[in-house]
Design a protein around this ligand. Structure first.
Ligand SMILES: N[C@@H](CCC(=O)N[C@@H](CS)C(=O)NCC(=O)O)C(=O)O
Length: 222
């Protein structure tokens, strides 16, 4: 199986697919695609929505990270990253959706775009009103995630690593690029969880690569 991942290291969706491959021990190449501005018509042929990542496997293309992880899960048994228990798998899919449409869209994407992408890559100023709105929404999302990690739970779903943990860990990298950290006094379980995921060998490898690419402009690597 020859695998390539098309996308940019800074995308949380690309990063969760990279983390998934790292955890599964899958080798892959990265084809750099930065989805800013008008998409290249050639790229639209493999990703009709113009989004990254795209998983390329032996000349076939899957243009979505959840679809890509689901495919890889079906091909590579170990470690199991989609729980086999039906309820837990359903709960993992819910959490992945929640993390994307809730935490990422409402809090972390606005912070990341305003504080990181705008000044570093687009020569645009940070819109303080957008940042304030994102920060106002943040506590409710962190409260929810803290509740999911109550009673000393190590992982978001069941008692093993799953795609939900990799998704959350990936989104929190963008949060760090935006100059934020989880306040451990208020959300101790969440803060410890984020540290644990970022300390996994999969994330360490990914973050080393990311540091080489954006170390100079990210407070995460200061
Ligand atoms: N559900 C998709 C979301 C991918 C996504 O939104 N990617 C962003 C980068 S973080 C993108 O490519 N945006 C470009 C655009 O929307 O034109 C997945 O998980 O792969």
């Amino acid at each position: 199986m020859t695998i390539a991942i098309h996308g940019t290291l800074l995308s949380p969706w690309v990063r969760r697919l990279l983390a998934f491959c790292e955890e599964k021990g899958v080798e892959y190449d990265i084809v750099n695609v930065v989805p800013l501005g008008e998409p290249d018509p050639e790229f639209l042929k493999i990703s009709p929505l113009g989004k990254v990542p795209v998983l390329e496997v032996d000349g076939r293309y899957l243009p979505d990270s959840l679809a890509a992880c689901s495919y890889l899960e079906s091909k590579i048994d170990s470690p199991v990253l989609f729980p086999s228990d039906g309820w837990e798998r359903g709960w993992m899919l819910w959490l992945c959706d929640y993390l994307g449409t809730g935490l990422f869209s409402k809090v972390e994407a606005p912070l990341f775009i305003q504080r990181f992408i705008n000044p570093a890559f687009l020569n645009m100023e940070t819109d303080d009103a957008v940042v304030a709105e994102a920060l106002a929404q943040m506590p409710a999302h962190f409260d929810y995630l803290e509740s999911q990690l109550s009673e000393g739970k190590e992982f978001l779903v069941g008692d093993a690593l799953s795609l939900a943990d990799l998704t959350a860990g990936s989104i929190f990298v963008n949060f760090c690029h935006a100059g934020e950290i989880v306040n451990a006094d208020r959300w101790p379980a969440l803060a410890a969880f984020v540290q644990r995921v970022h300390a996994r060998p999969s994330f360490v490898r990914i973050l080393e690569r990311e540091k080489e690419a954006v170390g100079a402009v990210s407070p995460m690597f200061a």
